[in-house]
Design a protein around this ligand. Structure first.
Ligand code: XIL
Length: 481
C-alpha cells in the first residue's frame, strides 16, 4: 500500500514536471505566509493599517501592528490641523511619532492628507479666496518638503466630491477658491516631492454605478488627458449598511486602473466584519495588477473610529474570522515580482554627505546669499546675517568631526533655549549640542540641540539667520558653496 502510493506520487510528479514545461510562464501560487504584510508582499502588494500616535504606548496594539502590517497611515497626525496649527507654523511632533515608529520598524508610510475640507485648523476654516488658495499651496509645500523623499504616496486631495446623485464637487471653502484647486494641489505636490505617488482619495466611490464614483472617474480621466500629475486613486472602502460592499467594486478598481493610475484601498473597514465580504474585497484587489495595496482603518475593533460597528480584523488581541479570510485570500494569490521598497529612515535624517574637515560657504537656496559674520566680527554673541557670497574668511565654515561649523575661530551657535525665530550667533567652541549641526538629505541643516532648521528671515543683504520650525522650504535649504 505504501509502495503503491509512492509510485503514484512519483508518476504524479513526472506528470506535473512534464506539464510544467509547457506552462513555465504561469505564475506560481504563493506559498503560505503567516502575516498580512508578508502574504500581501508575495504578490508585490502591501497590507497596511492606520496608526494613532496616542496608542503607541499600548504593547498589545504595537505588537499586532508591528507583526502584521507593512504600510502605515497616520490616522490623524498628518492632517492639516495637526501639522499647521497656526498659519505658517508647522508642527510635526505627532506626525513624526507615527512616522518614526513606522520606519524604525521597517514599514513604509502613506501620507494623509494635504487638502481637505475637514479637520482644518480654525485659521484655515476662516480663510477664503486667494488667501486660502495660497495657504493650501504653502501647506502642501511645507508638509511635503519636510517629508520629501520619505513618503510612498500622499493623499494630496481628500473627499472633494459630493455625495448623492450630482456627481459634482462638494461645496467647501477650498472649492470656492475656484474649480481648479484640485489640479493646483496636484501640480504643487509633484514639485514639492517628485518621489511620492500622488493620490486622490475619497469614500463612496467604491460602487461603480454611483454618480460620485463616475464624477471622480471623469476627473481622473481628464487629469490624465491633460497631463495633470496624478498617480493613484484611493478608495476608502468604509462599508456599512448605508454604503454596502457591491460586487461591482472590482469593476471600479479595474476601470480606474485602466486610466493609467494605481489604485489603493486606503481605509477599509466593514460593519460587522463579515469574513466573506473581507475576502471579496481582497480578491477584487488581487484581480487587478495595478491595485497595489490595502490598508485597514485601525488595528483592533476598539481602535476603530466606528468601534460600535466592530469593523476590523482583531478583537482585543484575537484574530477574528475576517482576519483568517483575508490571510487565506492573500496567500492564494499568484506571486509576482517583489515590490521595489525604499529604505526610509527616521526624521530628521543625518546624512554623512559632509565630510569633517571640509570648508565651505553656506548658501541659502531661497536668497542665493551666504551666511556672513557682519564686518568679520567674531565676539561672542555676534549675530549672523546673509550677504552676497564672496571668498573672505567671514563666510567660510569648517565642518569639524564634532559636527561644529567653525569660522573666525568661533562656532556657529544656536543660543540655549532657542525657539523658532531665534537668531544664531558665534560663540567660543565647546562640545555641546547647540553647536552641533546636522546636514539633512533634503538640504536642510538642523541644530542637534533642538532639531530646528537653519533659516533666513528674508532674502536681501543683511537678512537674519535664525533657527526655525522645519518646513523644508527654500529659505531653509542650503548648499555648500
Ligand atoms: C477619521 C479618524 O479615524 C478619526 O479618528 C477622526 O476623528 C476623524 O477622521 N475619511 C478619512 C479619514 O479620510 O481621515 C477619516 O479618519 C475617516 C474618513
Amino acid at each position: 500500500m505504501r509502495l503503491r502510493l509512492r509510485n503514484a506520487l512519483a508518476v504524479g510528479a513526472v506528470g506535473v514536471l512534464t506539464a510544467g514545461l509547457a506552462v513555465v510562464v504561469t505564475s506560481t501560487p504563493a506559498s503560505a505566509a503567516s502575516t498580512l504584510g508578508a502574504s500581501a508582499q508575495q504578490s508585490g502588494r502591501y497590507f497596511g493599517t492606520a496608526i494613532s500616535a496616542s496608542r503607541l504606548g499600548d504593547s498589545q496594539y504595537t505588537s499586532i501592528a508591528n507583526a502584521e502590517f507593512n504600510m502605515i497611515t497616520a490616522e490623524n497626525e498628518m492632517k492639516i490641523n495637526a501639522t499647521e496649527p497656526n498659519r505658517g507654523q508647522f508642527n510635526f511632533q505627532a506626525a513624526d511619532r507615527v512616522y518614526n515608529w513606522a520606519v524604525q520598524n521597517g514599514k513604509r508610510v502613506r501620507g494623509h492628507t494635504l487638502a481637505w475640507h475637514s479637520q482644518q485648523p480654525s485659521w484655515m476654516e476662516q480663510t477664503s479666496g486667494s488667501s486660502l488658495r495660497q495657504a493650501m499651496i504653502d501647506h502642501i509645500n511645507g508638509v511635503m518638503g519636510y517629508y520629501r523623499g520619505k513618503i510612498y504616496a500622499w493623499d494630496v486631495v481628500n473627499e472633494a466630491f459630493a455625495d448623492g446623485n450630482s456627481g459634482g464637487r462638494r461645496d467647501s471653502n477650498l472649492q470656492r477658491t475656484g474649480n481648479d484647486w484640485i489640479e493646483v494641489a496636484f501640480r504643487t505636490a509633484r514639485a514639492a516631492d517628485p518621489a511620492a505617488k500622488l493620490c486622490y482619495n475619497d469614500y463612496n466611490i467604491d460602487n461603480w454605478t454611483w454618480a460620485k464614483t463616475q464624477g471622480v472617474y471623469n476627473m481622473v480621466r481628464d487629469f490624465k488627458q491633460r497631463g495633470v500629475p496624478i498617480d493613484c486613486v484611493g478608495l476608502q472602502a468604509h462599508f456599512n449598511s448605508g454604503s454596502p460592499y457591491n460586487s461591482n467594486f472590482r469593476t471600479t478598481i479595474s476601470s480606474f486602473a485602466a486610466l493609467g493610475v494605481d489604485v489603493q484601498i486606503t481605509e477599509l473597514d466593514i460593519q460587522g466584519a463579515s469574513a466573506t465580504t473581507y475576502a471579496a474585497v481582497v480578491n477584487d484587489c488581487l484581480a487587478v495588477a495595478r491595485c497595489t495595496g490595502i490598508t485597514v482603518w485601525g488595528v483592533r475593533d476598539q481602535d476603530s473610529w466606528r468601534s460600535g460597528d466592530t469593523p476590523l480584523l482583531f478583537s482585543g488581541g484575537n484574530k477574528k474570522p475576517a482576519y483568517t479570510a483575508v490571510l487565506n485570500a492573500l496567500n492564494a494569490a499568484p506571486t509576482t515580482g517583489p515590490t521595489p521598497t525604499v529604505t526610509p529612515s527616521p526624521n530628521p535624517t543625518p546624512t554623512p554627505t559632509v565630510s569633517p574637515g571640509t570648508s565651505f560657504r553656506l548658501r541659502n537656496e531661497g536668497a542665493g546669499r551666504c551666511v556672513d559674520s557682519p564686518n568679520s566680527a567674531s565676539a561672542n554673541g555676534t549675530l549672523l546675517q546673509i550677504y552676497d557670497c564672496h571668498t573672505n574668511p567671514n563666510q567660510m565654515f569648517a565642518y569639524s568631526s564634532g559636527r561644529q561649523l567653525q569660522t573666525l575661530g568661533k562656532c556657529l551657535d544656536s543660543p540655549t533655549g532657542a525657539g523658532s525665530g531665534t537668531r544664531v550667533q558665534l560663540w567660543d567652541c565647546h562640545g555641546n549640542s547647540n553647536q552641533q549641526w546636522v546636514f539633512n538629505s533634503n538640504g536642510t541643516v538642523t541644530s542637534a540641540a533642538n532639531n530646528l532648521c537653519l533659516a533666513v528671515g528674508g532674502t536681501g543683504n543683511s537678512s537674519t539667520v535664525t533657527v526655525a520650525s522645519c518646513n523644508g522650504s527654500a529659505n531653509q535649504r542650503w548648499t555648500r558653496a
